[in-house]
Design a protein around this ligand. Structure first.
Ligand SMILES: Cc1cc2nc3c(=O)[nH]c(=O)nc-3n(C[C@H](O)[C@H](O)[C@H](O)COP(=O)(O)OP(=O)(O)OC[C@H]3O[C@@H](n4cnc5c(N)ncnc54)[C@H](O)[C@@H]3O)c2cc1C
Length: 462
């Protein structure tokens, strides 16, 4: 069986290792961080995230959904907080069983790595940072801290000059039949592809907004201080805060705000500035956030990037998956879900072309690329919807109309959010179908308006 070298044991890396392990491949998975089971994973990334149908389906295929979702908290809809503190709940779907689920990043990462390690043909090495990949020989070069738990003593792991790795070495090379980069938005594997593939297409764009995580701690006895089964949103037109529940009764809040400008992260310098901003914009949250000032000062401000590139593979030798291939902004809650869906599709392609890995990689790329491009656009539009439109009565009325039509025309009318979140309809197809539905809906409303006005005119002038 072929040997795969995987770079990055984040959410998608762990899951992909499990898929490849199940298929009988030899897998060496290298991760630059320490073992997440040693409590060292988050490093400024979101503490919790929303998993929905696509991600759950990928876990189910490995029989690990129940275990992974054990502590997840279903969120049935959006809880909108307006400035007066008034709350409006808007369910995600007409079917109350359709929820998104708040899950801890660290717990999920641990679950996928454990699932991979159940296969004896999968080995995981922490504290190994890939510096670059030689595409033609499918060899990854890695910097490592030997002596760290999980360092490879395996024969297959050799120094760049071919000698076995030993405790004095700091750079090793790992060779496989193929290297797969699952090393996130700032992928070293993708960078090597950029440098070594002529005509490699690459585009990255950053939002003018950054994000900062803040905390609402548990109430007395570990209770939740706000509605537990909702994703909370404080929409404020050009910016917003959201909060997702955690199993210990706390909520992780994320403030998405401009980096620069008169009111921005950059302009907020003193404790007084922070308090004034929260007092003006999120007054109902202040009493729930006793560590607001410490959180605001200590937690990093992250950036939000969209990455598009092509191709996603080099012959049968190197491939990229997850954020490494298509990082998207987080406003549709789909980045990880899409990365998990990549694993399912790549697995299907390897099954379909067992003796032609180049064909399998190429099929995977052509099936996924139009869909992740569509998701990138959807995710940016959803930022505008969440931060601005969710506050309006029109938005709530449109959601109600969507749900009425979905109930009245089952299988015919499906709102875009439902298709993206609660089905596995490919993202590009969902986006096209939603556009068609909207056109028909607006034309029907215009036609109905014209008929009503004509009838009224007819009645008045009779
Ligand atoms: C604020 C925020 C909120 C989000 N919320 C959601 C959500 O609700 N739902 C959702 O579906 N998605 C969400 N996402 C997106 C989601 O986090 C990503 O899409 C997902 O983590 C991608 O998984 P990945 O395995 O491709 O990359 P990552 O999770 O980034 O994993 C990459 C791994 O590779 C390792 N690595 C990196 N470089 C190297 C190297 N050189 N050598 C070795 N190892 C390396 C990293 O340490 C890491 O472990 C959110 C993202 C953000 C920023």
């Amino acid at each position: 069986m072929a040997k795969f070298v995987l770079i990055g044991s984040g959410l998608a890396g762990g899951l992909l290792a499990a898929y490849l392990g199940r298929r009988g491949y030899d897998v060496d998975l290298y991760e630059r961080r320490a073992d997440p089971r040693e409590g060292n994973i988050v490093g400024g990334r979101s503490i919790n995230l929303a998993i929905s149908n696509r991600g759950i389906h990928a876990l189910e295929q490995l029989g690990m959904a129940d275990e992974a979702l054990h502590h997840a908290i279903p969120m049935r809809g959006r809880m909108i907080h307006d400035k007066s503190g008034a709350l409006h709940f808007s369910p995600y779907d007409v079917d109350p069983k359709n929820c998104i689920n708040s899950i801890g990043r660290s717990a999920l990462n641990t679950a996928v790595i454990k699932a991979a390690q159940r296969y004896p043909n999968v080995r995981v090495y922490f504290n190994h940072k890939c510096t670059d990949v030689d595409l033609d020989s499918a060899t990854a070069h890695l910097e490592t801290s030997f002596g760290a738990a999980g360092s490879p003593q395996d024969e297959s792991v050799r120094m760049a000059d071919g000698s076995p790795a030993n405790s004095e070495n700091r750079i090793i090379s790992a060779h496989g039949d193929a290297v797969i980069g699952v090393d996130g938005a700032f992928s070293a594997v993708r960078q090597s592809m950029q440098m070594q593939i002529s005509g490699f297409e690459y585009d990255e764009s950053y939002l003018a907004h950054g994000y900062k995580e803040l905390t609402i701690p548990p109430g007395s006895g570990g209770s939740w201080q706000m509605e537990k089964h909702a994703l909370h949103i404080w929409p404020r037109k050009s910016f917003m805060m959201i909060a997702l529940p955690n199993p210990d009764g706390s909520f992780t809040c994320t403030l998405f705000w401009e980096f620069e400008g008169p009111r921005s992260f950059a302009a907020t310098k003193t404790d007084q500035d922070i308090l004034q901003f929260f007092h003006d914009e999120f007054p109902d949250a202040i009493p729930l956030m006793p560590t607001l000032l410490e959180d605001f000062r200590q937690n990093p401000t992250g950036s939000l990037v969209t990455i598009r590139c092509a191709p996603w593979h080099y012959r049968e030798k190197v491939c990229i998956l997850g954020d490494a291939a298509h990082a998207v902004v987080p406003f549709y809650g789909q980045g990880m879900n899409a990365a998990f869906e990549d694993c399912v599709v790549l697995d299907e392609c390897l099954e379909r072309f067992p003796d032609n890995r180049e064909r399998a990689f190429s099929e995977y790329f052509s099936r996924r690329k139009p869909n992740t491009d569509a998701l990138a656009d959807l995710a940016i539009s959803n930022f505008i919807e969440m931060r601005d439109k969710t506050a309006s009565k029109m938005f709530r009325a449109k959601k109600k109309l969507d749900h009425l039509l979905e109930a009245a025309l089952p299988g015919i009318y499906l709102p875009l959010y439902t298709m993206v979140t609660f089905t596995r309809i490919p993202y590009a197809q969902a986006a096209r179908r939603a556009q068609r539905q909207d056109r028909v809906l607006y034309l029907t409303l215009i036609a109905a308006g014209i008929i009503i006005v004509s009838l009224l005119v007819h009645l008045i002038t009779r």
